[in-house]
Design a protein around this ligand. Structure first.
Ligand code: ADP
Ligand code: MG
Length: 620
């Protein structure tokens, strides 16, 4: 990238920041600038005071002027302090507010993105964007504004004093400045590239940590601690390297300015020293000039470091802007059709969908009748879960029509559509809040009696007495303080409370032990009553109980019917059934769990019937 396009890009970014965020604070910015100007001009005033101090008092011996000059110098410092504090506070207020709204916008934006986006942007990456990059932006525009306000004013005031003393001296001091341009431009480019790779590496580190801490149990069980440590250490090394190189570049620019200043001073001393000795200039004038030039360095150095800081921040703004500008593919239509009332039928017609290039569904057609339970059966990867993603519009199909109650899902408002479904899947999503908060999810319209009913129906009441604070017990990160079965029951309670017309169950009990499975299944049976239910399960009992079984194979629905019909037909279902449930060595009990091969099939079937009846009794 050439410097001019980098410059143009930086300007675009700054304009973007201004338009979207900073402009809201224009009033306060003015206040900050005003106080900065005041603070900056005080340096000029201070250097100006050197002349009367030396010429009138020290050399002229005018003791009467001492009090006046002393008071003036003190006033200058007090004003500088007061204006400095004020502008800092005002600026912090603006920058924190700006950062906060930028973070909220990023969060809102990221939450609206679809699955493909989140696969391309893992959590660690997004966390880095929202937290760290926003800070980098904050640092830089503060520095830019402070630079433009205070430092530039300081510089102007000091230059005015220096020139008023002797313009030739001033010119000589600054003679080296043009020489700086090229090296500074080169260093800026270097800083920018290093800063960008530091950002990327930082995001990589955050992703790594996120995966480690989420996967802490499997990491321990597989003895992967050292492996993870090494991986993290390698990435950290690269990150540290980039940061150091970026810091070197950022510091090198003010360093160069220092060297030029040294040369300038030397030149002035050599050139101007004689004029003072010969009496052409007074000591006071020289002191005034020297102080002005000396005080120039700090603002100049700070202004010099802005360009480095800006390079760092530009990398951050670019990333943030990328996130902000990433198109949202799944949106509500402009004129949404009302969601269907009552118990809806679900239809998918000739639906095709690929994630990337791999087809997941290939012309799928199926119907789920209102108020009935439809089971989806098929090998892993057949596309069962994908159907749920389509119905709830986590993805859109490339071809075909997905309709709920006769309305195409793409014609409905997204929130209204999703409000039709309750999804219970293998992994229950709980938040690190209390049990009550996890069930209510912000709802305030639920009475205690209503809540109690739901807790009973979902069998949450069963384990409440075991918790230290009952409903007000915190469940830990991702609900880790509860067992798998307990978590599922919490999710079922949520679903009961939502009371949606459609229920989607995706292997809801597959991660559970036999004991909790029984309870969860009972709660699920109760939940599915009076709803259009789709169920993906690998337990025979669940499948057999369904009103209709749809057999899926490689992205298509290849057969449907009742358990008996399908078995009699002897297609894929019969194969699956044999493989999964009846393969000589692996018989299963009523919950689809393997039982010893010695158990006669007839006896097993008998037990199934008995258990089913028992569970029904329990439920009703
Ligand atoms: P099932 O639930 O029947 O096991 P899925 O619907 O989850 O199958 O997946 C169907 C196919 O789509 C599989 O081949 C799977 O690898 C692929 N797939 C599912 N989700 C994604 C995704 N987010 N990205 C890429 N491929 C996916
Ligand atoms: Mg699945």
């Amino acid at each position: 990238m050439s410097d001019s396009t980098a410059g143009a890009k930086s300007t675009t970014l700054l304009i973007w920041l201004w338009r979207n965020y900073l402009h809201r604070h224009v009033g306060w910015l003015m206040v900050a600038l005003l106080f900065m100007t005041l603070e900056g001009s005080m340096l000029g005033a201070l250097s100006y005071m050197m002349q009367p101090m030396f010429d009138d008092i020290f050399i002229g011996g005018d003791t009467g002027a001492i009090t006046g000059v002393a008071l003036a110098v003190m006033a200058i410092f007090v004003l500088r302090a007061a204006s400095g504090v004020t502008q800092q506070v005002v600026l912090t207020r603006i920058s924190q507010r700006t950062a906060a709204s930028l973070r909220l916008d990023l969060l809102a934006r990221a939450m609206r993105q679809d699955g493909a986006f989140h696969q391309a942007h893992p959590p660690g990456f997004l966390i880095q964007r929202v937290q760290t990059d926003v800070n980098a932006i904050n640092d830089v525009w503060r520095a830019v504004i402070t630079g433009a306000g205070r430092d530039a004013v300081s510089l102007l005031a000091l230059m005015a004093v220096a020139i008023s003393v002797d313009w030739r001296w001033t010119a000589i001091t600054l003679i080296g400045v043009p020489v700086l341009f090229l090296p500074v431009a080169l260093i800026q480019r270097f800083v920018r590239s290093q800063a960008r790779s530091a950002r990327d590496l930082g995001a990589g580190l955050a992703t790594r940590l996120d995966e480690i801490f989420h996967g802490i149990v499997p990491i321990k069980l597989n003895g992967l601690e050292r492996y993870q440590q090494r991986q993290y250490a390698d990435k950290t090394d690269q990150f540290v390297g980039s940061e150091i190189r970026a810091a070197f570049g950022t510091a090198a620019i003010p360093g160069l300015i220092d060297v030029m200043a040294g040369v300038g001073f030397m030149a002035v001393l050599i050139y101007g020293g004689g004029e003072i000795v010969s009496g052409e200039k007074t000591v006071g004038q020289f002191m005034s000039f020297f102080t002005a030039m000396g005080l120039t360095f700090e603002p100049v150095r700070r202004l010099g470091s802005i360009s480095g800081l800006w390079q760092v921040a530009a990398a951050a703004i670019e990333r943030i802007k990328e996130l902000m500008d990433a198109p949202i593919r799944l949106t509500s239509p402009a004129k949404p059709v009302a969601a269907p009332k009552g118990l809806p039928q679900i239809t998918l017609k000739d639906v095709s969908l690929s994630y990337g290039t791999a087809p997941a569904l290939r012309g799928l057609t199926l119907t789920a009748e209102p108020g009935k339970t439809t089971a989806l059966v098929g090998a892993s990867g057949a596309g069962k879960s994908t159907i749920y993603n389509l119905l709830t519009r986590l993805v859109d199909p490339q071809a075909g029509r997905v309709a709920v109650g006769g309305v195409d899902v793409r014609d409905m408002d997204l929130a209204a559509l999703r409000g039709l479904f309750s999804v219970v899947s293998q992994d229950a999503l709980l938040f690190d809040e209390t049990l009550r908060e996890n069930i209510l999810l912000g709802r305030t319209d639920v009475s205690e009696a209503q809540l109690k009913k739901v807790l009973d129906a979902a069998h949450v009441s069963d384990f409440l007495p075991n918790l230290s604070n009952g409903l007000d017990t915190r469940v830990g990160p991702r609900g880790s303080a509860l067992s798998g079965g307990q978590r599922q029951r919490v999710v079922i309670a949520r679903a009961l409370l939502r009371d949606t017309p459609i229920l989607l169950l995706d292997e809801a009990t597959s991660a559970l032990d036999a004991q909790s499975e029984k309870v969860v299944q009972a709660a699920l049976d109760r939940l599915s009553g009076g709803r259009t239910t789709l169920v993906i399960a690998h337990r025979l009992s669940t499948i057999r109980n369904a009103d209709k079984i749809v057999v899926m194979d490689r992205g298509r629905a290849v057969d449907e019917g009742t358990h008996e019909e399908l078995l009699a037909r002897g297609g894929i279902y019969a194969d699956l059934y044999r493989l999964q449930f009846q393969d000589g060595k692996m018989l299963v009990d009523a919950r689809g769990r393997p039982v010893p091969a010695a158990t006669p099939v007839a006896e097993k079937a008998e037990r199934q019937g008995w258990l089913r009846r028992a569970v029904r009794k329990l439920v009703s």
